[in-house]
Design a protein. Structure first.
Length: 105
């Protein structure tokens, strides 16, 4: 898409074709940050696509995507937090020190 097209400037997401949606972990093409990227269709993505506004053209994502339960979405988010975000947040960068309650920094 050309950057000077008004639709391209406002475009954020695009849906994968219906034949690929049933597979867990399917990949989809997305337009974000003024470039095309390929992203995994996660339970969170499925929920966002199902509840998003209407597409520029084509069927509604809710008509193509299988529903995701709140429990499945929450389990996916918790796994992501446990597996990556929490350890990353607790990591101390090289050269830094940690200050405990009993120590003076």
């Amino acid at each position: 898409m050309a950057a000077d097209e008004s639709a391209a400037a406002k475009l954020y997401r695009c849906s994968p074709d219906a034949a690929r949606l049933a597979a867990p972990g399917a990949r989809r093409l997305a337009w974000a940050g003024s470039r095309w990227t390929e992203r995994t269709v996660t339970p969170v993505t499925r929920r966002e696509l199902r509840t998003a506004g209407p597409p520029l053209r084509g069927p509604l994502p809710a008509d193509l995507l299988p529903a995701v339960t709140g429990a499945a979405r929450a389990a996916f988010v918790r796994a992501g937090l446990r597996g990556f975000r929490l350890p990353a947040a607790n990591a101390v960068p090289a050269g830094w020190t940690t200050c405990g309650a009993a120590s003076a920094c």
